[in-house]
Design a protein around this ligand. Structure first.
Ligand SMILES: Nc1ncnc2c1ncn2[C@@H]1O[C@H](COP(=O)(O)OP(=O)(O)OP(=O)(O)O)[C@@H](O)[C@H]1O
Ligand SMILES: [Mg+2]
Length: 616
């Protein structure tokens, strides 16, 4: 049996707009609730099939094809054929990516084969679909040794209309793109190797584990689910995969905090809900949610994703449930919205004011009525070291044996500085963070270079500070310790949380030496977030100063090298969150550790013991 990885082309639910090439301005034909698939006809041409809601099928031969996939992450792509263009939208982004990948490779493979004589084709009376497309395999990649593929991604600015290209223009563009790609390679990889590498990433990316696949299956079955697990079990990683498997128009991706939302390219739950802090009366909240743009949004939600649900306040969650029912005019729990909740209640709890009683989301009737499935992920991915995993597991449950405490204390003296990168101090209090960062910057010689964020709406700067992970002003000097706040290139280690030090300035950017060994020029990035139901942007360097970081802000992150000070820990789960950001005991330095700072909330322990028989 062939055990090599295969990429099976999925059937993709979407909306397709078929436009005649000769008349690109026309609306063409719009097929809603369509499903697209690939097949082959009797000549072994690759065929794209569109099945409409009433099972009507139309097919397009893909002999000459060009794919625009600039917006594929939003579930959109345009396939340009000789006589028409197919504009695909509202597709689950990951399924669409797999589909486009298969399409481009299969068409490229086909182009290598001897074409069927026109006479033969003319003699055939009718085009028959003979078979489904076979999965893409590593053999296919090998066969593509001297062909890059037919796909192109010409740069098109947002808002600029798609233009039908004549053949000459097409050729020029393809040549220019090939040249640019070669230039980008820095003489490293040939286009063939690039094509192969790109497919290999698809064929064998980090695969989901069985327990993660199980969660995905439950999500796709439409059930409301809460999946939990200790830090680093891949909850947010899986969540990103889930987002890619759901239709974008009806899926809302949120998290309890701005920084956690950034990890999954979502928005905060508060910003999505549109009911302010939720502290107002239910009637006032409903009034807010019934504003025209918001009510439209509430009515369109089918899947609501919430990461770091442990920090969602119970009262807020309860109000949200009522708002969902009332705005959607239904008595179904949560207005019939599928909830996809994820987080670890043994990490940070909801923030409450002094004197207020804490109520977790799971303590509400709204949770009882809406969440039908609870799953625990058990395999830890962030750390590989068994000893460290065992220590963390104890701390999560609020315990710490004398051996574990001794092991953690033993890290206090180890050297984890490397190539000028010093570990980030994780602080319990935000004031300490500001103070350490400012003092350390002042100590560096020279005057700072200031990078001011460009916000699409300057009046929303405060909200953008909350909703994006990057500050409105960055004062930087050579020697500044920084943390990357965006996944720029996962394969090279340029991921959210990567630590580095500034070694130079470049026009409009900075030069950074990263702990992963990469030296990279970093320029401004655009962050797009929803604020009061409109899209706003912040353009800023994707970094933060990282001599110090708050434990609250670090929740959800994987950090390269950290120093933890827990003397003033005040919150249940705080020590656990701080320690579990590190990948290994070797990249961690724990100062002033005492077992008193290890605390787990008894209410949460009781909840977990109740739902998981084998829990601690
Ligand atoms: N199936 C997998 N295969 C390989 N790596 C994985 C897998 N799942 C997750 N990871 C990696 O493990 C690390 C931790 O994942 P992630 O941040 O999603 O964990 P988490 O459960 O959300 O943690 P936290 O509770 O701290 O938010 C990440 O670097 C992620 O890329
Ligand atoms: Mg997470």
């Amino acid at each position: 049996m062939d055990s090599s990885p295969k990429l099976i082309c999925p059937e993709v639910p979407c909306i397709v707009q078929v436009q005649p090439a000769k008349n690109p301005g026309s609306k063409g034909r719009i097929i809603k609730n369509a499903k697209i698939n690939l097949g082959r006809n009797q000549f072994r041409d690759v065929i794209l099939l569109i099945t409409s809601q009433n099972s009507e099928v139309c097919s397009f031969t893909l002999n000459a094809v060009k794919v625009h996939k600039n917006f594929i992450h939003e579930g959109k792509a345009t396939i340009l054929l000789i006589n028409e263009s197919l504009m695909i939208s509202n597709a689950p982004p990951r399924s669409l990516q797999l589909f486009v990948k298969t399409l481009t490779f299969k068409v490229a493979l086909q182009a290598k084969k001897t074409p069927i004589a026109s006479r033969c084709r003319l003699l055939a009376t009718k085009l028959n679909l003979t078979e489904e497309i076979s999965p893409l395999t590593s053999k296919d990649i090998a066969a593509l040794s001297n062909k890059v593929g037919t796909e192109t991604t010409p740069t098109r600015k947002k808002g600029q209309p798609l233009k039908q290209l004549n053949t000459q223009e097409n050729c020029n563009r393809i040549e220019a793109i090939k040249k640019r790609r070669l230039e980008m390679n820095n003489g490293g990889m040939s286009p063939q190797s690039q094509a192969r590498a790109s497919l290999k990433r698809f064929l064998s990316p980090h695969q989901l584990t069985e327990e993660q696949k199980n969660v995905l299956t439950i999500v796709l079955s439409g059930k409301s689910i809460f999946f939990t697990g200790s830090a680093g079990t891949g909850k947010s990683y899986l969540l990103r995969r889930i987002v890619g498997s759901l239709p974008p128009d009806a899926t809302f991706v949120t998290a309890s905090t701005g920084i956690a939302a950034c990890h999954i390219d979502g928005t905060t739950l508060h910003s999505f809900a549109g009911i302010g802090s939720g502290k107002a009366t239910l009637e006032q909240c409903l009034e807010l949610a019934r504003r025209p743009t918001l009510i439209k949004q509430w009515k369109s939600v089918k899947h609501l994703i919430i990461d770091e649900v442990s920090m969602v306040d119970g009262d807020f969650f309860e109000k949200l449930e009522v708002v969902a029912r009332k705005t959607r005019d239904t008595d179904l729990p949560f207005g019939g919205i599928q909830l996809i909740l994820c987080g670890d209640f043994l990490q940070l709890p909801p923030v409450v004011r002094r004197g207020e009683t804490r109520r977790y989301a799971f303590q509400t009737a709204a949770w009882e009525n809406s969440v039908s499935k609870i799953v625990e992920l058990k395999q830890v991915h962030r750390q590989a070291d068994k000893e460290f995993i065992k220590i963390l597991s104890q701390i999560r449950s609020g315990r710490c044996s004398s051996e574990s405490a001794a092991r953690l204390k033993s890290t206090a003296k180890q050297t984890i500085e490397k190539d000028g990168i010093i570990p980030t101090i994780l602080c319990t209090h935000t004031d300490d963070v500001e103070h350490i960062n400012m003092r350390s910057l002042d100590k560096l010689p020279g005057t700072p270079t200031v990078f001011k964020a460009v916000d699409s709406d300057p009046y929303l700067t405060k909200q953008l500070d909350q909703l994006t992970s990057v500050p409105s002003t960055l004062c930087l000097k050579i020697g500044s310790q920084i943390m990357l706040m965006k996944n720029l290139d996962i394969s090279r280690g340029l991921v959210n949380g990567a630590r580095g030090v500034i070694v130079g300035f470049e026009k409009g950017g900075i030069i950074v030496n990263f702990a992963c060994g990469v030296k990279e020029n970093i320029f401004r990035e655009r962050y797009v977030v929803k604020c009061s139901n409109t899209l706003v942007t912040r353009t800023q360097l994707p970094i933060r100063l990282a001599w110090a970081f708050s434990i609250h802000k670090s929740q959800g992150m994987t950090l390269d090298c950290v120093e933890v000070t827990l003397g003033r820990a005040f919150e249940a789960g705080q020590a656990y969150v701080a320690l579990s950001r590190a990948k290994s005991l070797n990249s961690l330095r724990v100062l002033d550790f005492s077992t008193e700072c290890v605390r787990a909330d008894a209410v949460v322990l009781a909840f977990y013991r109740d739902i998981f028989q084998d829990f601690y």
